[in-house]
Ligand binder design. Structure first.
Ligand SMILES: N[C@@H](CCC(=O)N[C@@H](CS)C(=O)NCC(=O)O)C(=O)O
Length: 224
């Protein structure tokens, strides 16, 4: 049985799958694919042309969330998806809030401007990125802070986004902040106390350090 993750670790969606593979200690290979310069016949593997795609022997699975759910079914331990239906829905929502909500905001106007453009030898539009960071992101950070706070209100420690167990929601949020830190965004710990501590805890996990260190070396000029 062989697994191959196709994509580039600069993509938060690809990295989410990588983190799941690392947390579950699943052996796998990786194949570098850049969607803007894809290999021949890439659309036969990824019908929307997006990364990641995942190969399990001769089967292909698309979309980071679907790949993570697939891996959970095949490798249920350690569990990264709650078994309780409500908690599972909540974890899935936090994941979607990041993947479908925040990444589309930060990806093109912040990460692409500040990290990808310099890689392509292009000049960053610092003003546009700054405006999104200063004006748009705080409301999202407030939401995360209030969600961690609400876990405390529900009798949990507020260490994780769903109950008292590390899982996919924590991977999704922690992973988003890898890209933001690469853009030089550091949380103000006086305003987002729980969130800032959460990010520090996540980024100290061995799975996160394994993905962060090579990225810092490659594109970490602004790391904060
Ligand atoms: N919902 C997809 C989103 C994947 C996605 O948008 N990936 C970006 C890279 S970060 C991509 O491949 N963009 C190229 C394109 O849209 O053509 C997932 O979770 O895998």
């Amino acid at each position: 049985m062989t697994y191959t993750l196709l994509g580039s670790s600069i993509s938060p969606y690809v990295r989410k799958v990588k983190l799941v593979l690392l947390e579950k200690k699943i052996e796998h290979a990786t194949e570098d694919v850049i969607p803007f310069n894809p290999p021949k016949d890439w659309r036969a593997i990824s019908p929307l042309g997006k990364i990641p795609a995942f190969r399990h022997d001769d089967k292909i699975i698309n979309d980071s969330t679907i790949i993570c759910e697939y891996l959970e079914r095949l490798h249920p331990s350690p569990a990264l998806q709650p078994s309780d239906p409500y908690l599972q829905a909540r974890a899935r929502w936090i994941e979607e809030y990041v993947d479908g909500g925040l990444i589309p905001v930060t990806g093109p106007k912040v990460f692409f401007e500040l990290v990808v453009k310099p890689l392509l030898g292009q000049k960053s539009d610092e003003a546009t990125a700054r405006k999104v960071i200063d004006e748009d992101l705080p409301a999202y950070f407030d939401y995360f802070e209030s969600e961690l706070e609400s876990e405390v209100g529900s009798g949990f420690a507020g260490e994780f986004f769903v109950g008292d167990q590390f899982g996919i929601a924590d991977i999704a949020v922690g992973n988003l902040f890898v890209n933001l830190r690469l853009c030089g965004v550091r949380l103000d710990a006086t305003r987002w106390k729980r969130l800032a501590a959460f990010v520090d805890r996540m980024h100290a996990r061995p799975s996160f350090t394994a993905v962060i260190e090579p990225l810092k070396a490659a594109v970490g000029k602004r790391w904060a």
